[in-house]
Design a protein around this ligand. Structure first.
Ligand SMILES: [Ca+2]
Ligand SMILES: [Ca+2]
Length: 102
């Protein structure tokens, strides 16, 4: 969720989340992370889309590891579900939770 209201131009809303950590809504914790120098994005690894990156997500990844195709366990979106998804994304983001208010 954006931290600020979106601007409308000619009927199109635009918003750039990538320019800073504070571009995403924060609720006492980081709303997103720096995924490359100067570029912010969502926390990856929430395989079951419940807003928390936790053991259940690793279990889902484990059932799909070694398979191909874009799926909820393909955290880096390279169409392969493998250790790279777990080690490079899921493990590092474990414990992150959604900051969107209920
Ligand atoms: Ca989850
Ligand atoms: Ca992958």
């Amino acid at each position: 969720m954006s931290a600020y209201a979106l601007a409308q131009t000619a009927g199109v809303y635009t918003y750039n989340f990538t320019t800073g950590a504070n571009q995403a809504y924060e609720n006492g914790a980081d709303g997103q992370k720096e995924i490359a120098t100067g570029i912010w994005g969502l926390f990856g690894g929430d395989a079951d889309s419940d807003g928390n990156i936790e053991t259940a997500d690793k279990t889902i990844w484990g059932t799909m590891a070694g398979t191909n195709g874009y799926s909820n366990s393909d955290f880096d979106m390279n169409s392969q579900i493998n250790n790279q998804d777990k080690n490079d994304i899921l493990v590092g983001n474990a414990g992150a939770i959604s900051q969107v208010p209920e």
